[in-house]
Write a protein that binds this ligand. Structure first.
Ligand SMILES: NC(=O)C1=CN([C@@H]2O[C@H](COP(=O)(O)OP(=O)(O)OC[C@H]3O[C@@H](n4cnc5c(N)ncnc54)[C@H](O)[C@@H]3O)[C@@H](O)[C@H]2O)[C@@H](O)CC1
Ligand SMILES: [K+]
Length: 504
């Protein structure tokens, strides 16, 4: 399903992101310009090679501001660029004005008579979603006619956000307005109705929808999950190798639950690492899962030297002593996909230096208590009574935590929120038709950590592994139903996966 936003919804999304402090209008404009440049270079690879000559028509608003960014970025690549500027610079909105000032190339006043362009690429950044009335200014109309002719004659032309003169809401050319066709339209974040309705497709040419770093927040739903089947001819290590660290003698149950879940997600191999005093205990309870001794950070380093290892999980039943803290530090130094749960989170909370070594490959899976230990100020803000709307939410808290710590955070609960350091976020709410009250059972969290570790091993991103792990976790619980214990969860995965995947 591809979501479409009306221009008003798009403006509200941008404004909300700016108001939240997550991004500035200037940063969005820079991203919009960079995304357009990237689309140009990928759509016309020949131009990318040849250091082409571009003309950019820049309007009096923020669409024009995008145009100034594009002009600068193409010049940075060695292109020859000419901007045709409409409207007085002093009347440009602030972000567009900043980019007008940063552009140091050739500039032609848009009030001069329109002339044909003999270069390689023409860019229409005259009006975007701010178009509110027909374009009637004869000189602007003349320049748009030139752009339209260039599209027919040369072919390499781009509309920024929407062809100027086209209404982004209806796809209609405003009555009596000039409107220029382009070969390619690059719009931002989401397509608008006008790209698809009425005359829209005819004027847009091809359509690229480019991300500009706007935060999104989605519900984790089955239509979002990938086909988790295994490739027919693949080798086991093609599906990754997960490593799970276990605690000492008598403490291995949590790690075994975690390892079983990781293997059931389809990871090619799972190895449990444990101290020598726990080898017998674990050996007597594991078959498909490999077992290896680990009594020191040196042992862990040796193990991590195997390049086939694609993810690691630490925390369930690990222990809170200094030896285990050293293991967490060693795993973090290795930079692989890493799930940090339970005791590993406590080690991070105790050592700000260690927390600083977290990286983008890490997923932290705190429950509310662990979250409060790791992020006391954020937790206090979340726990404070909501006296005014909009009140600080679990979504806000998880996003702030992920940004602060520089890793993906999955904040557990019946309402589980996943967020990344760049503000991407998703929610899995085990309520309504997804309620899973039997999931409130000892060891369920260890299984979740294992699911995420297995998906990381298979090559999914930390964000997706966390989101899909949360979804599978609840599906397993719902599939088993009443009487569920954590041991049952991994054994439910085959049934859950069979419903999600295309049978081979
Ligand atoms: N708001 C944001 O944060 C972002 C906006 N972006 C760009 O900004 C565009 C929207 O910018 P604006 O809202 O400044 O609007 P536009 O740049 O589309 O239009 C500028 C202004 O021209 C005036 N105008 C409308 N119709 C006219 C006409 N027929 N003749 C003469 N003047 C007319 C209006 O006062 C309008 O505000 C988007 O399409 C997109 O390209 C991007 O930079 C991404 C971030
Ligand atoms: K435009």
């Amino acid at each position: 399903m591809t979501e479409i936003l009306t221009p008003a919804q798009m403006r509200a999304t941008e404004q909300a992101a700016i108001d939240s402090g997550a991004v500035t209008g200037l940063a969005l404009m820079e991203q919009a310009g960079a995304a357009t440049r990237d689309s140009i270079l990928s759509y016309w690879p020949g131009l990318a090679r040849d250091r082409a000559h571009a003309r950019v028509l820049c309007g009096p608003g923020n669409n024009g501001g995008d145009g100034y960014v594009i002009a600068r970025l193409l010049m940075d690549r060695g292109w020859k660029v000419q901007v045709v500027a409409f409207g007085a610079p002093d009347h440009l909105p602030p972000d567009a004005r900043r980019n007008f000032d940063r552009y140091e190339g050739a500039l032609l006043d848009g009030a001069t008579a329109p002339r044909p362009f003999e270069g390689d690429l023409s860019v229409d950044a005259v009006f975007g979603t701010g178009l509110s009335r027909p374009i009637s200014d004869p000189t602007i109309c003349g320049w748009l006619v030139e752009h339209d002719r260039f599209t027919t004659r040369v072919g390499a032309s781009v509309a920024v956000d929407i062809p100027s003169g086209l209404d982004a809401n209806s796809g209609k050319v405003l009555d009596g307005s000039a409107c220029a066709r382009s070969a390619l339209t690059v719009t931002f974040h989401r397509a608008k109705p006008g790209h698809y309705l009425a005359q829209g497709p005819d004027y847009c040419g091809a359509l690229h929808v480019a991300g500009i770093g706007l935060m999104t927040f989605r519900l984790i739903s089955p239509d979002w999950l990938p086909d988790l089947s295994k490739a027919r001819l693949a080798h086991k290590y093609d599906h990754g190798h997960a490593l799970v660290l276990a605690g000492g003698h008598g403490k291995g149950g949590a790690a075994r639950l975690c390892a079983r879940a990781a293997l059931r997600t389809g990871a090619g191999a799972v190895t449990l690492l444990c101290p020598s005093n726990a080898l017998t205990e674990n050996a007597s309870q594991l078959d498909a899962i490999m077992l290896r001794q680990c009594d020191s950070p040196e042992d862990l380093r040796n193990c991590l030297a195997d390049t086939r290892l694609s993810s690691v999980c630490l925390g369930p039943g690990l222990g809170l002593g200094p030896e285990q803290a050293a293991l967490v530090a060693t795993a973090l130094a290795h930079g692989r996909g890493l799930v940090l749960d339970a005791d590993a989170i406590t080690h991070l909370a105790r050592s700000p230096e260690m927390a600083q070594t977290l990286h983008e490959g890490c997923v932290l899976t705190p429950h509310a208590g662990e979250f409060a230990r790791l992020f006391p100020e954020i937790a206090a803000r979340l726990d404070a009574p909501a006296t005014r709307g909009p009140a600080y939410s679990k979504l806000d808290a998880t996003r702030d935590a992920a940004r602060l710590i520089g890793a993906t955070v999955l904040f557990k609960g019946p309402d589980t929120v996943v967020a990344t350091p760049n503000g991407q976020a998703a929610l899995h709410a085990a309520c309504y038709d997804r309620a899973a009250p039997w999931l409130a059972t000892a060891g369920a969290g260890d299984v979740l950590a294992g699911l995420i570790c297995g998906l990381l091993a298979r090559g999914y991103s930390p964000f997706h592994a966390a989101c899909w792990g949360a979804y599978l976790h609840v599906d397993c619980a719902r599939t088993f139903g009443p009487g569920l214990t954590a041991d049952d969860l991994p054994d439910m995965l085959p049934r859950v996966l069979a419903q999600l995947t295309v049978p081979v």
